[in-house]
Design a protein around this ligand. Structure first.
Ligand code: PHE
Ligand code: NA
Length: 502
């Protein structure tokens, strides 16, 4: 007998969980810098265009596939069309890679939450991060192969895995929904306090000016538009199988588009809030260091583990800033990590017809081992960066593009998906959705994919040696494609009815 599919017990909990997935490291450390670099205040225009013309339409697309076909990504796509199953596995594999990376960043952030109290980095946060923390001082540009351990990172990494495995085993409503219902409000409260505190720092206004001042000429630059679209896909977690998986747990009669609009706008609101908070803090740092905002502006690992510790050291009540900032990274990260893991766990559950605990363990333990063995090493850091660059910019774009082409153009499922969505939704999808999800989105994605392939094959990523790219970038991408196709030929458990069509 088929096992009953788990459900979110209410739409509110689904929305909370979907926001929890969307609001992640991307909002806090990626958006502010991307916006600043790509026209400042003027970036709002391509950003909103990307949100409305591609982000939200594809969010509806993911919801429609997951909710109509009620399965993990591989099962939902398999039910949609036999050959599309491989696409689902590609998304599963991309999630596998991202999860390993996410877990490491969460572990670092939890260490830095504690470090903030004592300002453990001393006088030189950069030397501390590169040296004491990562033990790779002097190796900043040259990739080297070694497996020297950094024990300080080991313990938090193990804790992160134990906590997330616990949440995953507890299941969709007792684990995922509950964790989001606790962590997301906590995140919002902490982050709002952080932003307010940052706004009162001397120099904050300079940061805000730098962030919001529009450079209108950026609007004529295609790379600015590509940055906006690229960011939106990542930020809304579309094209990863995440929203497919989460919406498969929704009850039949659910307002899908209404939920999607709430999720989309909540994510953007959080991003803009983060832009304000981060640039207020950077403005303060520029003043304290007697430099310009442009000198201090940065994103990603550099912002979190080098720039912010300096701010914590200099600012009045800096310890509080540090605890709030790194604590926010931890909570935002955990709620995203569990959504990524759910894609993989659900796929294994469906494929094998296995129980929740077994599926969680068989997925998480190898992942935990990879992140524990590989990433706290000097080589691991380079692998992490290279793989992240590839998977984020290439894996998602390629996956989303193929999904749209297969579903819209080869199998022509858009009309039936629309009908499904409109049955219970408040915001009805019309012909505009066909144009946005079926034409605009794939054109933009194809453009991004081609530019990305050209960029990746002509220049090494972040200045690492080209052979490094070859192995961890292209080699990994090809291996994942092959593996995804192979997985689509592994037989399904009899419990997963493949010819289910509502
Ligand atoms: N949407 C998340 C963010 O903005 C990132 C993410 C990507 C989360 C993929 C889960 C899966 O940070
Ligand atoms: Na986001």
């Amino acid at each position: 007998t088929p096992v009953r599919r788990e459900t979110f017990s209410s739409r509110r909990l689904f929305i909370l969980s979907a926001i929890g997935s969307a609001v992640g490291l991307g909002n806090i450390w990626r958006f502010p810098y991307v916006a600043y670099e790509n026209g400042g205040g003027a970036f709002l225009i391509p950003y909103l265009a990307a949100l409305l013309t591609a982000g939200i339409p594809l969010l509806f697309f993911d919801y429609a596939v997951g909710h109509k076909f009620r399965g993990s990504a591989p099962l939902a796509f398999r039910r949609l069309a036999r050959p599309a199953e491989a696409l689902g596995w590609w998304q599963v594999l991309v999630c596998f890679v991202i999860a390993v990376y996410y877990a490491v960043i969460i572990a670092w952030s939890s260490m830095y939450t504690i470090f903030s109290v004592t300002k453990a980095w001393g006088e030189d946060p950069e030397a501390f991060f590169m040296g004491d923390f990562l033990q790779r001082a002097g190796a900043a540009t040259e990739a080297s192969v070694s497996l020297d351990f950094v024990p300080g990172i080991l313990i938090p990494l193990i804790i992160v895995w134990i906590v997330t495995i616990g949440i995953m085993i507890a299941g969709v409503s007792k684990g995922i929904a509950r964790a989001n219902a606790i962590f997301l409000p906590l995140l919002v409260v902490m982050f709002v306090i952080l932003v307010v505190q940052s706004l009162f720092l001397p120099g904050a206004v300079d940061g805000l000016n730098a962030f919001f001042t529009p450079s209108w000429e950026a609007l004529g630059d295609p790379s600015v538009w590509a940055a906006a679209y690229g960011h939106i896909f990542f930020s809304l977690s579309v094209g990863f199988g995440i929203m497919v998986t989460y919406s498969s747990y929704l009850k039949r009669k659910t307002d899908l588009t209404g939920s999607g609009l709430v999720v989309g706008f909540a994510n953007s609101a959080f991003e803009i809030l983060a832009g304000i908070g981060v640039f207020a803090a950077i403005g303060f740092m520029a003043q304290a260091a007697g430099t310009t905002v442009a000198d201090q502006a940065t994103g990603g690992i550099g912002l979190a583990f080098i720039a912010f510790p300096a701010i914590v050291s200099e600012a009045p009540a800096g310890q509080l800033i540090g605890v709030l900032f790194f604590g926010s990274l931890v909570f935002a990260g955990v709620t995203s990590l569990i959504s990524i893991l759910e894609v993989i766990v659900a796929a294994v559950q469906d494929k094998l017809g296995a129980g929740r605990t077994f599926s969680t363990l068989i997925v998480s333990i190898p992942m935990a081992i990879i992140s524990i063995v590989l990433f706290p090493t000097t080589t691991g850091l380079y692998v992490l960066d290279t793989v992240d660059g590839f998977v984020n910019q290439f894996g998602i774009v390629a996956g989303a593009l193929v999904a749209v082409i297969v579903v819209v153009w080869i199998y022509r499922k858009l009309p039936s998906l629309r009908e499904h969505v409109n049955r219970y939704s408040s915001f009805k999808l019309g012909g505009v959705w066909f144009i946005l999800a079926g034409v605009i989105a794939p054109v933009v994605l194809a453009y991004m994919l081609v530019t990305e392939i050209i960029a990746k094959s002509t220049e090494s990523y972040s200045g690492y040696p080209l052979w490094f790219n070859a192995i961890f970038g292209w080699g990994m991408s090809v291996a994942l494609i092959v593996f995804a196709i192979l997985m689509s030929f592994v037989p399904w458990s009899a419990k997963s009815k493949l010819n289910f069509d509502p």
